[in-house]
Write a protein that binds this ligand. Structure first.
Ligand code: SF4
Length: 410
C-alpha cells in the first residue's frame, strides 16, 4: 500500500532501549500492553505474552507485586518474544528483585514509592544494570502531598511536578534511562498534562488514558486522548488501558498507529461505505465476512467493500482492491480499475484470491493479468442498467422536495 502523503511531525526526544526495542529519538512509536494473569503462573503468562505479540504488542508489562511474581519473571523473561517491564507497586525491594529476574524495564509510580532513599536505591541499581525505568504518574494515585499542595484536586501541573521531582531524584544518582507517563482517566486532564510535560523535558513519553473502561467506550476515550497527542507529535509509546482481553489493547494500539501512518501496516485495512438507499447488498454483513476472511493473513492492503456500483468504485478508487455490489453481481476493481464481474455469492472468496495475488505480485501485475477493457465494458453495462432502473435519485429527494413545496403552498 502507498505510504500516506500527509505525516505528523514528531517531537524530538532522547532515545532509550527497552530490551531490543528503541523508544524515543525518532524510533517508531511502539505498542504496550499488560498481562492479566498472575505473574507466578509462568505458562499462563507466557501464553498471553505470545498472543499479545501476535496482535501487535511490542513491549509487555507484568505485575511484580510479590516474591512469587519476581520468581515467575525469572522464568518468563528468557522465554518471552518481546521485552518485559515489571510493574512495581509499593515495595521498592520488588524493583530490585525484578532486576535480579532480568527484566528489561521497570515502572515506578511516584505516588506509591515516595521515600527518596528508596527511589534513589532503585535508580542506582538500574543505572548500574542499564535497566530503563518509566516514571508512571497516575492521576488517581497522585502523591498525597502534591494533591494537597494543589488544593485537593488533580491538576496537570501537579502531575507534571510529580514526574519532574522523580526525575530529579534519578538525576542525583546519575540515572537517565527514563521514560515518563502522566495518565489520567479524564481525557482533557491527561492531554494537558502531557502537553506541559512535553514542554518541560525531552524524555520519551508513554501515552495512555488510564481506566478507559469497557468496550466500545474505552476505545473511544483512549483514542481521544492518545490520538490527540500523537497528532501533535507527542508520544513515543502507547497503551490502551481497556477493561477487556489485553489482546484488544494490543490490536487497538496497532490499528491506531497504522491509521495515523505511524506504523507500517502488516494486516488488512478494510474500508467500507456506510451504505445508503443505493446499496444492493447488506454492506455490514459483506464487510464483516470480508474482514473475517482477510484478517490475520499478513496482507498489508487496503480493501474496500462498497454497497453499489454507481458510486462505489469511484469513492474507493485509492484502495488496492475493492468490490462494489451490483444486482446479484459484484464488480471487482484494483486501484479503481474494473478487473472482473463476479456472482454475489463469490464476492468474498474472490476478494481473498485477488488480495493474496496483489500481496505477492503487486497491483500492476494484478491489472496485467486480465482484460481490463472487457471487465470495464461488462461493469459499465451493469452500472448503466442499474442507473436506468433506480434513476440517479434513488432516495427520491426530488419527489420529496416537490411534496414539501406543494404542502407549503396549500
Ligand atoms: S457506495 Fe453506494 S451504497 Fe455505499 S454509501 Fe455510497 S452511494 Fe450508498
Amino acid at each position: 500500500m502507498d505510504a500516506p502523503s500527509v505525516t505528523f511531525p514528531r517531537r524530538e526526544t532522547r532515545r532509550i532501549s527497552v530490551g531490543d526495542v528503541p523508544v524515543g529519538g525518532g524510533a517508531p512509536v511502539t505498542v504496550q500492553s499488560m498481562t492479566t494473569t498472575k505473574t507466578a503462573d509462568v505458562d499462563g503468562t507466557l501464553a498471553q505474552i505470545y498472543a499479545l505479540a501476535g496482535a501487535g504488542c511490542d513491549i509487555v508489562r507484568c505485575t511484580c507485586n510479590e516474591a512469587e511474581a519476581a520468581e515467575g519473571l525469572a522464568h518468563i523473561v528468557p522465554r518471552s518474544p518481546i521485552p518485559i517491564i515489571a510493574d512495581i507497586h509499593h515495595n521498592h525491594r520488588m524493583a530490585l528483585a525484578a532486576m535480579d529476574a532480568g527484566v528489561h524495564g521497570l515502572r515506578l509510580n511516584p505516588g506509591n514509592i515516595r521515600r527518596p532513599e528508596h527511589i534513589k536505591a532503585v535508580a542506582s541499581e538500574a543505572r548500574d544494570r542499564k535497566v530503563p525505568i518509566r516514571i508512571g504518574v497516575n492521576g488517581g494515585s497522585l502523591d498525597p502531598a502534591l494533591y494537597e499542595k494543589y488544593g485537593n484536586v488533580v491538576t496537570p501541573e501537579a502531575m507534571v511536578e510529580s514526574a519532574m521531582t522523580e526525575l530529579g531524584y534519578f538525576a542525583e544518582v546519575g540515572f537517565d534511562l527514563v521514560k515518563i507517563s502522566v495518565k489520567a482517566s479524564n481525557v482533557p486532564l491527561m492531554v494537558e498534562a502531557y502537553r506541559l510535560l512535553a514542554d518541560a523535558t525531552d524524555v520519551p513519553l508513554h501515552l495512555g488514558v488510564t481506566e478507559a473502561g469497557p468496550l466500545p467506550e474505552g476505545y473511544i476515550k483512549a483514542t481521544a486522548g492518545i490520538a490527540t497527542l500523537l497528532a501533535e507529535g507527542i508520544g513515543d509509546t502507547i497503551r490502551y488501558s481497556l477493561t477487556a482481553d489485553p489482546i484488544e489493547e494490543a490490536r487497538a494500539g496497532r490499528v491506531l498507529l497504522e491509521s495515523l501512518g505511524l506504523r507500517e501496516r502488516t494486516d488488512i485495512d478494510l474500508i467500507a461505505c456506510p451504505s445508503c438507499g443505493r446499496a444492493e447488498v447488506d454492506v455490514i454483513k459483506v464487510a464483516e465476512e470480508a474482514r473475517a476472511a482477510l484478517a490475520n493473513r499478513d496482507l498489508p492492503l487496503q480493501v474496500a467493500v462498497m454497497g453499489c456500483v454507481v458510486n462505489g468504485p469511484g469513492e474507493a478508487r485509492d484502495a488496492d482492491l475493492g468490490i462494489a455490489a451490483g444486482r446479484g453481481r459484484g464488480h471487482l476493481f484494483v486501484k479503481g480499475t474494473n478487473v472482473a464481474v463476479v456472482d454475489e455469492a463469490d464476492m468474498v472468496d474472490q476478494l481473498v484470491e485477488w488480495a493474496e495475488y496483489i500481496a505477492e505480485h503487486g497491483t500492476e501485475a494484478a491489472l496485467a493479468r486480465v482484460d481490463t477493457h472487457k471487465a470495464a465494458r461488462e461493469a459499465e453495462r451493469d452500472r448503466a442498467s442499474l442507473i436506468d432502473e433506480q434513476g440517479q435519485d434513488v432516495n427520491a429527494s426530488a419527489q420529496r422536495v416537490e411534496l414539501i413545496r406543494r404542502d407549503l403552498r396549500n
